[in-house]
Design a protein around this ligand. Sequence first.
Ligand code: TXA
Ligand code: MG
Length: 347
Amino acid sequence: MNKTKIIHVNPLCFSQQELAEGGRLLREGKLVVFPTETVYGLGANALDGEACKAIYTAKGRPADNPLIVHLPDLSGLEQLCRLIPQKAYELFEAYSPGPLTVILPKRECVPEAVTCGLDTVAIRIPSHPVAAALLREARVPVAAPSANRSGRPSPTRLSHVVEDLDGLVDLMIDGGECGVGLESTVVSLAGERPVLLRPGGISLKMLEQVLGEVEVDRAVTGQLAEGQRPQAPGMKYRHYAPKAQLTLGHGDPAALRQWLIACSEQENVGILCYEEDVAAFPHAAHVVSLGRRDDLEAQAHALFDALRSFDETGVSAIFGPLPEMEGIGLAVRNRLLKAAGHRVVEL
Ligand code: TXA
Ligand code: MG
């Protein structure tokens, strides 16, 4: 394949007919990129093992990192999952469609290429109107990882996808910028107790309102020791990484600002900072705002675009803040820690 077709769909005003070709291509085993409320996804028919294998090739994805299966609503759940606890229905009821993925025991019809040998499958019902319309049109469940080359920050607008995957997929559907900006919350209900595997737009507190106590996998906040495994295989990879080394500073606002000013005086440095501080680094080669310090949603929305922007400027090192853990801040912190390879300076 060498030519990728791009179509533009206005999420606020479109007809179901505009997704007909995308739906047909998915049924035929082709690769289709589509917008979701979190990040862009790279979709294939989840019941077609060969089509799903093509996702790994296009992304350069390690073969042990399973895919999330997307459904338009709950009606397809029992076809894919063997055991569905009442709490799973309650959780979907509370937060789906939306940025939530639930891990459940799988049925045999789910191909090996989706689950990489695990006996569980990840299920998500996206709320983005274009994603929902495409899934209805496809009439098959759609396996879709984020539509980036493996290791790169997830794409939050189509230009990011084109940078990474042009010529490697059959169709890209442009639906503008993704709202949340970070991938979905992943929670496992396949074991005895619920476990948060990846933080996202549905916060730990929101999960606990429905599930009671939720264990947090160590990979979410800490660096895993050699040989330790996260429960979501994808969480072990260095990820979201800009080309230059990112170092995070952890301290109160004044200490952080002073540290960033000192760092910015080195040659050819990139600074990632809160909106309030953007004017403080006249010597830096490239300064990017992450959003206001108290606006965690804005930070989630801005993060991946900010990380990608450093690559265009060719800076040789990047310095930024380590966010607090409240709400979606836990997800922003988790992605930044991974982008930095856990390099943190205590101030
Ligand atoms: O927001 C999202 O979730 C986006 C959009 C496109 O829906 N998708 C996404 O997919 O982020 P991906 O492949 O980039 O991340 C999926 C994560 C990985 O960390 C993977 O290891 C984990 O979910 N995962 C998938 N199936 C799993 C399973 N059965 N057990 C544990 N973890 C699983
Ligand atoms: Mg990904």
